[in-house]
Design a binder for this molecule. Structure first.
Ligand code: BG6
Length: 487
């Protein structure tokens, strides 16, 4: 027993969080290029000019367009961590070589839309961007990896937000499909596993309020679900060997008490946050409980006959997901000191679990449990795209010791192995942030996830040199033994 032969091992990164070179190679700016870093207690902020032309800032939200009349603007006195990030754009050969040294058989990154079509369809293709990714993927394949590539990950080209007003506009569907087709055609020689949208579910409303913002998010999500389906249809037409998965932000949660209302609330949260998007992508139609959600938020997305056909014909080929931590749900009143943070969602503290400095609760058993839930529900190949822990670390005398990261992955891989033994159809595992990069939520470089240290901090100090952490050698052993040697 154990992991099957050919199980994919590797790591995951994303364009905006690692590449830097924000204004090089013909790339146009993306929304996170206007964001500064937060801290262990503060999310990151986006800076802009408000309707009166005054400098303004607010927390970055999953929907990153600005209000009517506001404009994206950079300010000289602010530091933007994504501008340089880990500078993968100039270091990718070195980085891929390090991934190869760890023995990766896959790796996941995303393609920056703004490098391929910097000004959308009307601006034409940026060949320099196309060639950059061609070399990244070609090199990865030469190094023995079978890359799994994400098309869209938290880096909306500002030019498209300005042209179309963002995802409220169905023209974004055509823009996205045009982008996807270019990628499928250009890279099919090297990439046959794709994912359309990273964590497509994170814009789903959860507070139960029929606000304009929540209604807007449901429309956005519908347009993205249709865009993903159409891109999947296009991939299959371009080459029948291409597989396109969905990628859903995982959510494992427990009711705080045995109160049936807590149990129901937990289940509804799972339906809303995870299944609304995953069911639609995996089954080709909205689940029955979507009616409850639309009623609750006072909206019915405009679903055309063509949309319905496309959702059905463009079902995802596999289910990808991220898993970092678990949460707790209750209908009872709780004190503010009983809450903590989690990936995307704040939650109630679980007294049985420890958390990292950002309050994300560490739950390897929840990982196994969650794998079973997905396996039972979708009966499809599963790919764990992201799993990792953010830590504050320092390099001392050229070395970074990271026993907590090793312990985190050891326990999660143990549970994953047990899930596979128990019948879960998992075909690959990529750890999040196999090399240090910019945090999506707080914009910090100092929230480190990598097996490889990158010398750069939140203020822009550092020479970007790379060094192998202890976890680098540990993961290398894990891969060489196909997940058997976890000591
Ligand atoms: C996932 C995202 O949800 O969480 C990644 O897909 C992100 O982009 C990761 O980096 C960890 O979150 P954070 O906020 O610590 O970067």
């Amino acid at each position: 027993m154990g992991f099957p032969k050919g199980f994919l091992w590797g790591g995951s990164i994303s364009a905006a969080q690692i590449e830097g070179a924000w204004d090089e190679g013909g790339k146009s700016p993306v929304s996170v290029d206007y964001c500064t870093a937060g801290s262990t207690t503060k999310r990151r902020e986006i800076w802009y000019l408000d309707q009166n032309g005054q400098r303004a800032h607010r927390y970055l939200e999953p929907v990153d367009e600005l209000d009517e009349g506001c404009r994206f603007k950079l300010f000289d006195d602010l530091h933007y961590t994504n501008h340089v990030a880990s500078d993968f754009y100039h270091h990718y050969k070195e980085d891929l070589k390090l991934f190869k040294e760890m023995g990766y058989t896959t790796f996941n990154t995303s393609i920056s839309w703004a490098r391929i079509l910097p000004y959308g369809m009307k601006g034409g293709v940026n060949q320099e961007g196309v060639e950059f990714y061609r070399d990244v993927f070609k090199t990865a394949v030469e190094y023995g990896m079978d890359p799994v590539i994400t098309l869209y990950k938290y880096d909306e080209p500002v030019s498209l937000l300005e042209q179309h007003g963002g995802w409220r506009n169905r023209e974004m569907i055509d823009e996205f499909v045009a982008f996807a087709k270019i990628c499928f055609k250009e890279y099919k020689e090297y990439v046959n596993k794709w994912m359309a949208f990273n964590e497509i579910n994170i814009i789903i409303p959860l507070d139960g309020q029929p606000s304009k913002k929540n209604q807007r998010n449901l429309i956005y999500l519908h347009n993205q679900l249709v865009a993903a389906a159409r891109a999947t249809i296009a991939a299959h037409e371009i080459d029948e060997h291409l597989k396109v998965g969905c990628m859903i932000c995982g959510n494992m949660s427990y009711p705080l008490t045995p109160d049936p209302m807590d149990a129901l609330k937990r289940y509804e949260k799972f339906q809303d946050f995870f299944c609304y998007s995953a069911d639609t992508q995996m089954r080709g139609y909205y689940p029955p409980f979507a009616k409850r959600i639309w009623k609750q938020y006072g909206i019915k997305p405009q679903i055309t006959d063509q949309d319905q056909k496309d959702l059905m014909n463009g079902k995802a080929d596999f289910i990808g997901f991220s898993y970092y931590s678990s949460g707790v749900v209750t209908t009872h009143e709780i004190d503010a000191n009983q809450t903590t943070e989690g990936n995307i969602l704040g939650t109630v503290k679980n007294p049985y679990l420890k958390a990292n400095a950002w309050g994300w609760q560490i739950d390897p058993i929840g990982f196994r449990h969650f794998l079973h839930i997905i396996n039972d529900r979708y009966n499809a190949p599963i790919f764990d795209v992201e799993n990792g822990i953010g830590l504050i670390e320092k390099e001392e005398d050229g070395v970074c010791h990271d026993p907590e990261r090793i312990a985190y992955h050891r326990e999660h891989i143990k549970q994953m192995r047990q899930a596979v033994d128990e019948g879960v159809n998992l075909f690959g595992y990529t750890t999040w942030g196999c090399i240090d990069l910019v945090s999506a939520g707080t914009g910090q470089m100092d929230k480190r996830y990598g097996f490889i240290y990158v010398d750069m901090d939140d203020e822009g100090h550092g020479d970007l040199h790379r060094s192998r952490k202890d976890s680098f050698y540990w993961y290398k052993k894990v891969i060489a033994s196909n997940g058997e040697d976890l000591d």
